[in-house]
Design a binder for this molecule. Structure first.
Ligand SMILES: C[S@@+](CC[C@H](N)C(=O)[O-])C[C@H]1O[C@@H](n2cnc3c(N)ncnc32)[C@H](O)[C@@H]1O
Length: 460
């Protein structure tokens, strides 16, 4: 045994030893003896699975072949490491405060983040904190499930290049608007549109009488009152006079308001029609809503939305380095390596198993802008292949990542999905680095059911 230890220590720096060899040195069990080597391996696996958690002597002595003295030796080595090497990133991560419950809604949607609602959107403070702690300037940050692009925007604000993937074409449009590089001409274009909207406000009181119903898309008359549809059509026609980027900017401002201006029930996240034009809104103290008579000031709403967006995009352009890449890609996360060759940090929150269907949630925008998600591409639609699909995404990430991988996922008490994804990542070769558990607050609708959220951080 002594000879073996001599051999190992003469050749290598402890940093280069695998965990099994480190264990062998600490507890004096040979790695060349089959039974001892199995014990070392079992112990190493146990330690890996309990990363950052408390381990007691009784836990270790349950492993076959480990005595109380050896358990004590291992815990002493861990304690030494903890005392003298705790000033590293892992400590920084867990020492941070991840509870954002005291933030006001405006703080959770600061800057350009308010441009468009998006179900299961990140609080920007989460990717921002992860980027600050896990990256250096000019790193490449990727979000394979970018959604409304929270990670991409924060990466750009913090001096990193960013790429994002999504199968939802509306997500790409949203990020193009949020990350638009502005110049004098574009400011003039936005101002021209604001002036036009301001003038049109005089038609605000024009109701259905005398207005011919315009069809914005098939059966749009079910979704929009004729006066509302007419004004939306005017806005869409006007937007054609602008450059494609400003046209997209206007469309995103309008898209965010669509559901609220439609006949869809106010108490449902997914647009659904009430049985009667007069119904009770369950989300707002059962107040009565009358879709035939309620005031829907289309131009006022569009005007104030675009005005706020203009202010935010100017600020964003002041704060962010415009030379940094910030690129949303309409593509499947299972094909990340086709588009990105290397990156230093991945931050993402995956789609949940059967939880959301983004095309349905944004159906009015999809219809109005004639968007489509490619059949079968959205992960989570087919629950039987969910874990397999996610495994492929993790394999793709492993091909391009040299650095940290942070995945933010809600606790799933029923199916234990979060734990399964944690295991799959390890099977692929991601090394657990840190687990952060945070309570979720201020949630709306279905997401209310999720109480805790995990941030699993891996390294590869
Ligand atoms: C939980 S959301 C991400 C929200 C995002 N973190 C944000 O802040 O807005 C998950 C996203 O995964 C997308 N998605 C689902 N299947 C996908 C796939 N195969 N490839 C890429 N994106 C996909 C959905 O369209 C959705 O936008």
């Amino acid at each position: 045994m002594e000879k073996l230890i001599e051999k190992i220590t003469s050749q290598k720096d402890p940093k280069e030893l695998v965990t099994e060899q480190l264990i062998s040195i600490i507890i004096g069990k040979s790695t060349s003896n089959m039974a001892d080597s199995q014990t070392n391996q079992n112990l190493a696996n146990y330690l890996r699975s309990r990363l950052c958690q408390n381990i007691r002597i009784e836990d270790l002595t349950k492993i076959e072949g480990i005595t109380a003295l050896q358990a004590f030796q291992i815990l002493s080595a861990i304690e030494l490491g903890r005392r003298f090497y705790k000033n590293n990133i892992a400590r920084k991560l867990s020492n941070e405060d991840w509870d954002f419950s005291s933030l006001r809604q405006s703080e959770r949607q600061y800057g350009v983040h308010f441009f468009h609602h998006y179900t299961a959107k990140f609080i920007p403070q989460i990717p921002a904190k992860l980027i600050r702690l896990l990256s250096k300037g000019n790193d490449i940050v990727v979000d394979p499930f970018m959604g409304s692009g929270t990670t991409l925007i924060e990466a750009k604000l913090l001096g990193c290049h960013s790429y994002g993937f999504d199968t939802n074409p509306l997500a790409v449009k949203i990020i193009k608007a949020k990350a638009m590089i502005i110049n004098e001409n574009k400011v003039k274009e936005i101002d021209k549109f604001l002036n036009w909207t301001d003038k049109e406000r005089k038609y605000q009181n024009r109701k259905s009488e005398g207005i011919k119903q315009v069809e914005l898309f098939e059966n749009s008359h079910l979704w929009f009152r004729s006066d509302v549809a007419y004004k939306i059509k005017l806005i869409l026609d006007e937007s054609k006079n602008y450059s494609s980027e400003i046209q997209n900017f206007i469309q995103i401002g309008l898209s965010d308001l669509l559901k609220g201006m439609s006949n869809a029930r106010m108490d449902s996240v997914e647009p659904i029609l009430p049985e009667n034009p007069i119904y009770n809104d369950k989300k707002h103290y059962y107040r009565e809503v009358n879709n035939q008579t309620r005031n829907i000031p289309v131009f006022d709403r569009v005007y104030s939305q675009l005005k706020r967006m203009k202010h935010a995009i100017l600020e964003f352009n002041k704060e962010a380095d415009r030379r940094l890449i910030c690129k949303p890609i309409l593509a499947d996360a299972r094909e990340v390596s086709k588009h990105v060759k290397n990156c230093n940090l991945i931050i993402t929150s995956p789609p949940y198993w059967s939880a959301q269907n983004y095309e349905k949630l944004h159906k009015l925008s999809f219809k109005l802008f004639n968007l489509k998600t490619e059949e079968g591409k959205e992960i989570g639609r087919n629950s039987s292949s969910y874990l397999h699909d996610m495994k492929i995404v993790f394999q793709e990430i492993a091909k391009v990542l040299n650095g940290y991988f942070a995945i933010v996922i809600g606790e799933d008490n029923k199916r234990k999905l979060h734990e399964k994804l944690y295991e799959i990542a390890q099977q692929i070769g991601f090394k657990p680095f840190e687990i952060i558990m945070r309570r979720i607050s201020n949630q709306v609708s279905r997401a209310k059911q999720i109480k805790n959220e995990y941030i699993y951080v891996f390294k590869i």
